[in-house]
Ligand binder design. Structure first.
Ligand code: GCU
Length: 596
């Protein structure tokens, strides 16, 4: 199993390092909490009046020393925002704000010999420029993946401060691009950690079940990478429940590559939705012990079948944004996830499409603990700048970071490269490169993307997409009954000329919870209910249908949904309202999943 080590990641600035695998199992200090902030509409804390980057920016955290000193900002006298958290739902004046905000937090640090200090961000939307004690640690773009800096040479004993310039302005060459159907939550949206590691530490490791079944034995594949090429480092891998305790030694590159551990099949309980078995795993190197919980399962396709642990499975799915129930803000902890997962559970789901960007690690691990299979996606959404090499590097970086953070999560079975992207040679080339990269990073999971079928001729819907050659599962969005062909679902036929499993990655329609009327009346629960009935009956006829993922678990905020009295800034295609009210369509889908 090729374990493409991270050597190839885009150019790293100053002190940027690869975010350590399973960072929460390291020695960490949480830098969450109240951070001082202020808005910088014209970015004068970064540029001088000639629009050149200034050395005297807000990142130096200047303080008046003499009565005549001119300092026109003061973090410590400024209000605070809670981290992790988006700024939009923490302050009314910031609800619609897209631009730059500066945030600061003080922290204490005690340097110790032979130790390094890493500053880890779970995610910051969108661009983050990070400074420690006035010195630049680095710049990161992309709002949904972790990044990390080695700040050992920037911190000092005693009081320190970290300042982040955050800018969530949308740009056409960004990923995602200018327009997207979700709220552009800005801020330090996930945990911030100060990670204390030895000079040489375990940067990444990989542990998974091999597809091969040899007699009564199964093989676990194990690989590991240190943060630097140090040979002869001893690492002990223990899986107590499987009576595995094995010592390995790193090679000249500081790696343990493609080692195989044999387990008696009957002793190994495989991870699956019914029994999401996670094994306690320990990695010991010197005084460091990294504990993890890992499930063992295989996922593969055979013709149009999807096989989990070698057995056919139907994905009873739903799509979900990373937005909390009831309060509609960015989720950032296991509790936030648990509420949404309980709603998906009540629908009878065994699968969740995490739309349209990697969700936080707490949510992924909570879903795994609860036995949900997951689809994880990067925000290559609609029409991005296919010919822009920087846009490609950004998308590829997000892909690699998504895979690296979660490649030991048994729950994740599908990496999705994109959503509803328009056909063109440039697009095909861009997505083809991403697909090749994804496979080189992880050849144990399935690759897909949300294609789309936007029209039928004579009631025949044909899926035609050049990207079919790169994906293991052909997935597409279709909105019969809502954006097109209302009440024509019963007449529809489907042509999907690919010998691969089919997932309907989106379908559905809107309804305002509590609004009732005739099934022909849009926005009523009856209209949505009928649309689901007709769609499910239609989809049932698709040969090779291996899963469905209706759009969407709950109503969510979107700047593209202004209709007063109905949408009021929410996409209303939820099966649940944002306040957790089950709409009539909920019962249609739940009963259908029960029948599956
Ligand atoms: C699209 C898109 C979603 C969007 C949905 C809708 O297919 O992928 O992000 O919210 O349709 O229009 O409601």
């Amino acid at each position: 199993m090729a374990f493409a080590f991270a050597a190839a990641i885009g150019a790293k600035a100053q002190t940027e390092v690869t975010a350590p695998q399973n960072v929460y199992a390291r020695q960490t200090t949480l830098l969450n909490g109240e951070w001082n902030y202020f808005v910088d509409l014209q970015e004068q804390g970064y540029y001088d009046y000639r629009m050149n980057p200034t050395r005297w920016g807000y990142f130096i955290n200047a303080k008046m020393k003499n009565p005549s000193d001119l300092v026109e900002y003061d973090f410590d006298a400024s209000p605070t925002l809670h981290v992790p958290g988006d700024w939009n739902t923490q302050s009314e004046e910031l609800f619609l704000y897209e631009g730059t905000i500066w945030m600061k937090r003080d922290f204490d640090y005690e340097p110790r010999a032979g130790r390094r200090a890493l500053l880890y961000f779970g995610a910051v939307n969108y661009e983050a420029i990070v400074y420690v004690n006035g010195k630049k640690a680095g710049r990161h773009v992309g709002g949904f993946t972790p990044f990390c800096y080695d700040v050992t040479d920037l911190v000092k004993g005693g009081k320190n401060f970290v300042i982040v310039k955050i800018d969530n302005k949308r740009h056409k060459d960004n990923v995602p691009t200018l327009i997207f159907d979700w709220w552009n939550y800005g801020g330090i949206t996930r945990d911030v950690l100060l990670v204390d590691v030895p000079e040489t530490y375990v940067e990444d490791y990989w542990l998974g079940l091999d597809k091969e079944v040899t007699g009564k034995k199964r093989i676990l594949n194990f690989s590991l990478k240190l943060n630097k090429p140090v040979a002869d480092q001893e690492v002990t891998l223990s899986i107590p429940e499987l009576k595995i305790k094995q010592r390995f030694t790193t090679n000249a590159e500081g790696e343990i590559a493609n080692c195989q551990l044999s387990v008696v099949s009957s002793k190994l309980q495989l991870w699956c939705p019914e029994t999401p078995k996670l094994y306690d795993v320990e990695l010991e190197m010197g005084n460091e012990v990294i504990k993890d919980e890992i499930g063992f399962r295989t996922i593969e396709t055979r013709g149009k079948q999807l096989l989990l642990n070698g057995k056919p499975i139907f994905l009873k799915g739903v799509c979900s944004h990373e937005e909390t129930a009831y309060t509609s803000r960015r989720c950032n902890c296991a509790e936030d996830a648990d509420t949404l997962l309980s709603w998906a559970r009540s629908l009878g789901c065994n699968f969740i499409r995490l739309a349209h960007y990697p969700h936080n690690e707490h949510a992924v691990r909570e879903a795994e603990r609860q036995g949900f299979l997951l689809w994880s996606e990067i925000p290559v959404y609609w029409t991005i700048s296919w010919q822009n090499e920087e846009t490609y590097a950004n998308a590829e970086r997000q892909l690699k970071d998504m895979i690296r953070r979660d490649h030991n999560r048994a729950a994740i079975i599908i990496w999705s490269l994109a959503n509803e992207t328009p056909h063109s040679d440039a697009r095909d080339k861009f997505l083809g490169r991403l697909a090749t990269t994804a496979r080189s990073q992880d050849n144990t999971r399935l690759i897909s993307m949300a294609m789309e079928v936007t029209g039928a001729s004579n009631y025949v819907n044909r899926l035609q997409d050049n990207m079919n050659q790169y994906v293991d599962v052909v997935s597409f969005n279709q909105y019969i009954g809502w954006y097109r062909d209302v009440n024509d679902a019963p007449k529809m036929k489907w042509e999907i000329p690919y010998e691969k499993p089919v997932i309907i990655s989106e379908f559905g329609g809107g309804a305002k919870a509590g609004y009732h009327g005739d099934k022909g009346q849009r926005w009523t629960e009856e209209f949505q209910e009928n649309l689901y009935r007709e769609n499910l009956a239609m989809l049932e006829k698709i040969e090779g249908l291996a899963g469905t993922c209706p759009w969407v678990l709950k109503d969510f905020r979107s700047p593209r949904r202004p209709l007063p009295g109905i949408q009021d800034g929410f996409n209303r295609k939820g099966l649940f309202s944002d306040q957790g009210k089950r709409k009539k369509a909920f019962y249609v889908l739940r009963d259908w999943y029960k029948s599956k």
